[in-house]
Ligand binder design. Structure first.
Ligand code: OGA
Ligand code: NI
Length: 335
């Protein structure tokens, strides 16, 4: 059975001006009826070079509590490195189809890594207008180079360089998030597996879509990660849910978008909220994004941090292995 990539479907769809019916969302999901058009939501923007630690901690705390999403600027990752990351990823997706298929998820394989198209377990068999590539980038012991593009040749070096920069930003953010909860700087990271914390890169590729008001890219969800650090390209598409409606998130060149994921919500016993988000697609332009999901190792148990629990604050979440959390969420079982 040949798997159809959205990138290929899009080529034909853009010629006839229609999309296959499995991409047409139910009316109550369509951007046409659910997006507040013309209003761009200003999620908090945090300057990581701010000299006053105390106020930095406070602003990240507020953003993570009220929004579960914020953008960071002056984060220390050079703009040129972000451009290079985007360039090599784009070059991979622009290769002839058969070259991309070399690193496709093997048929019947249960892992996450590889080039692919989500065969969604969704009601009524609907599909998202997006292809992706997943591969781990850190730590070295969990990297499978067979899922990294060999082409363009600079893909590997660029991604390794980006990962090194990102580790610095991640440690900084987890430290600041810990302090917001009046914990020691290392405690959130420790609660996620410490140095074994896994960095999983995803590249989303959303081709132009002739009917963007009827389709979705990634369907509404919260990330299962601890935090997700995302670089988008310049095409609008990320939306967050607020007051019963979907709003576009402002695009800020070279900013990193930080999503609070489920594991930080759990560790914080609900103080920090994982953000409900989705993506829309564009009529003329290809949208791409590069989220890196920071995940506990599969066997590592995550639960509310004991120091945050007392008689007035009983645990709101079960403590369980990350792999069991993922299994329940993917199969829509109670946690
Ligand atoms: C995701 C996601 C957002 C984006 O892949 O989990 O939410 O902007 N992506 O592409
Ligand atoms: Ni997401």
């Amino acid at each position: 059975m040949e798997i159809e990539r959205v990138q290929e479907i899009a080529t034909l769809s853009n010629i006839n001006g229609t999309i296959p019916k499995e991409f047409i969302r139910l009316e109550n999901e369509q951007p046409a009826t659910t997006t507040i058009h013309g209003v761009v939501l200003e999620v908090p923007v945090i300057d990581l070079s701010h000299p006053d630690q105390q106020s930095l901690v406070a602003s990240i705390f507020e953003a993570s509590k009220d929004w579960g999403i914020f953008q960071v600027v002056n984060h220390g990752i050079p703009n040129e490195l972000i451009s290079k990351l985007q360039k090599v990823g784009k070059e991979f997706f622009e290769l002839p189809q058969e070259e991309k298929e070399v690193i496709a998820k093997p048929i019947g394989y249960q892992g996450v890594e590889g080039y692919g198209t989500k065969l969604q377990k969704e009601v009524e068999g609907k599909k998202g207008w997006v292809d992706h590539l997943f591969h781990r980038v850190w730590p070295p012991s969990v990297i499978n180079h067979q899922f990294w593009p060999k082409n363009p040749p600079s893909y590997r070096d660029t991604n390794e360089e980006y990962t090194q920069s990102l580790i610095g930003v991640a440690n900084n953010l987890l430290g600041l998030l810990s302090k917001g909860l009046e914990l020691e700087e290392h405690e959130l990271k420790q609660g996620l597996g410490g140095e074994d914390l896994v960095y999983m890169l995803k590249i989303n590729y959303y081709p132009p879509c002739p009917c963007p008001e009827l389709a979705l890219g990634v369907v509404p969800h919260t990330d299962m990660s601890s935090i997700t650090i995302l670089v988008p390209n310049e095409v609008q598409g990320l939306q967050v849910f607020k007051d019963d409606h979907w709003y576009d998130v402002a695009y800020i060149p070279n900013a990193l978008i930080i999503h609070i994921g489920d594991q930080i919500e759990i560790l914080s016993n609900g103080k920090y909220k994982s953000v409900y988000h989705r993506t829309t697609v564009n009529k003329e332009k290809t949208r791409m994004s590069w989220p890196v999901f920071l995940e506990p190792p599969p066997e590592f148990e995550v639960g509310p941090i004991p120091k945050l629990i007392n008689e007035d604050n009983p645990p709101k979440y079960k403590t369980k292995k990350f792999k069991d959390y993922v299994y329940c969420k993917l199969n829509k079982l109670p946690q």
